[in-house]
Design a protein around this ligand. Structure first.
Ligand code: B4P
Length: 200
């Protein structure tokens, strides 16, 4: 199963992705994690993206797609994978569709985590107090800008995946267990439909 997580910064994509990959036993492809690793390792890509991420902007599509292709080339994603935080633009979504189509594959479900702005601001300001580490881009002065970037560049993906018939909207408010339970149910309902269709 190929799963995409769509949602604003702080919606809990990283938090829920970690649980879902353990549950489904599939690889976790987080472009945020891959880019932060590039920064830590001081690679050429890392040097370019560090100030962009610290500023709360999206990294250019070409760089993200390069990192994504490189990760996919590891060859462990043939039986499924979870894309966390990617795609974030329509251009990325179209490119990823093409990459999967070349392999005879497609996105099975796009999970949109729905969380109101006030709660996102509270969570991003609090990142580092709970299980997730505080990051250089969690600057309080940049949080409203990051939410605007999401509205402008990433919300069009909701229509994109709805038009492809794979969008599933999930209420992201509640404990992490409650949110995970909603996601698990959505995944299981798709799995049982796929199994039913295969039997017919
Ligand atoms: P990401 O690493 O994707 O992270 P994020 O969107 O900021 O947060 P996420 O939704 O994963 O929230 P989390 O689980 O941590 O992006 C970082 C940056 O990388 C971007 O701004 C961009 O610059 C760059 N980037 C990455 N991918 C890119 C791409 N494809 N194109 C361009 N640029 C890209 O949760 C947040 C907090 O909420 C945590 O403290 C957590 O403990 C808490 N929380 C989670 N669930 C909760 C719940 N149910 N209740 C209460 N708190 C909760």
């Amino acid at each position: 199963m190929r799963i995409v997580f769509v949602g604003p910064p702080g919606a809990g994509k990283g938090t829920q992705s970690k649980r879902l990959v353990d549950y489904l036993r599939i690889p976790h492809l987080s472009t945020g994690d891959l880019l932060r690793e590039a920064i830590r390792n001081g690679t050429e890509v890392g040097k370019v993206v560090a100030p962009i991420m610290a500023d709360g902007q999206l990294v250019p599509d070409e760089l993200v797609l390069g990192v994504f292709r490189e990760r996919l080339a590891k060859g462990d994603c043939d039986d499924g994978c979870l894309l966390d935080g990617v795609p974030r633009t329509i251009r990325q979504a179209e490119a990823i569709d093409r990459i999967f189509a070349e392999r005879g594959q497609a996105i099975d479900i796009a999970i949109q985590l729905v969380v109101p702005d006030e709660e996102l601001i509270r969570r991003l300001n609090g990142r580092g107090n709970g299980p997730t580490e505080r990051r250089p881009d969690d600057r309080p002065d940049k949080i409203p800008f990051r939410l605007q970037v999401y509205q402008r560049q990433t919300t069009p993906l909701v229509d994109f995946y709805a038009a492809h018939g794979v969008l599933k909207q999930i209420d992201g408010i509640g404990t992490t267990d409650e949110v995970f339970d909603r996601i698990r149910q959505a995944i299981e309902s798709i799995r049982s439909k796929a199994t039913g269709a295969a039997k017919r």
